[in-house]
Ligand binder design. Structure first.
Ligand SMILES: [Zn+2]
Length: 216
């Protein structure tokens, strides 16, 4: 296992099917990235929740997870759980994002996710962004779809703790859900930490990677 250090990371795109997906899947990574790169541009697209209380939760949460960033958030109004029926609308939203930004890194759901909205968005992302580094985040759920991710972002213990605290603070609408708690989030981060020889980590699925071993 080696560290791959990106040459330049000035613009990133983050995508979620639902409000809270990005924060749960990659909140610690966002905190880490934004702390290290003040002013980094973060373009966020969330497909559903627009116009509801979940949109305001999401805007506040992403602002907290991206401190110091040049953050722009778009929240669409697709109904939860209906992505296949709204495929064209979702596709257009992802393509519009591609017009707004050419990201150095994309954080999105991964194609093996059991939730059809997550899986569908993952497919749209790899279709629209063919020349980009895409890291697919994971989300614990009832379906039991945790797998074997292959890319890890270690998290400082304080960052892992901050992630859990921010999730709890900013998504009150989700607190009643059985999987939305400190143990679940911290436990998974600890397990992913074990897998990459650190205390805590977030893990991702990386489908393709182009190497530049000459360092040019
Ligand atoms: Zn979701």
């Amino acid at each position: 296992m080696i560290d791959l250090v990106p040459g330049e990371l000035r613009r990133i795109a983050v995508l979620g099917a639902h409000c809270d997906d990005v924060a749960i899947g990659a909140g610690g990574t966002l905190l880490t990235l934004c702390a290290a790169r003040p002013g980094i541009r973060v373009e966020a697209l969330v497909l559903s929740g627009g116009g509801t209380e979940r949109e305001s939760e999401e805007r506040d949460a992403l602002a907290a997870f991206c401190p110091g960033a040049d953050l722009r958030v778009t929240v669409g109004k697709m109904p939860d759980g209906r992505l296949p029926a709204h495929w064209d609308e979702a596709k257009r939203a992802v393509e519009d994002l591609h017009v707004r930004i050419s990201p150095d890194l994309i954080l999105a759901p991964h194609p093996g996710d059991a939730h059809q909205d997550h899986r569908g968005l993952a497919e749209l992302v790899t279709t629209a962004f063919r020349d980009h580094l895409v890291l697919g985040y994971e989300i614990v759920k009832w379906d039991g779809d945790l797998g074997r991710p292959n890319a890890y972002q270690p998290l400082m213990p304080a960052v892992a703790e901050a992630k859990v605290a921010l999730l709890w603070e900013h998504y009150p609408s989700q607190r009643r859900r059985s999987w939305f708690d400190r143990e679940a989030f911290t436990g998974l981060a600890r397990i992913r930490g074990i897998e990459c020889q650190t205390r805590y980590a977030e893990a991702f699925y990386l489908r393709k990677l182009t190497l530049d071993l000459a360092g040019g």
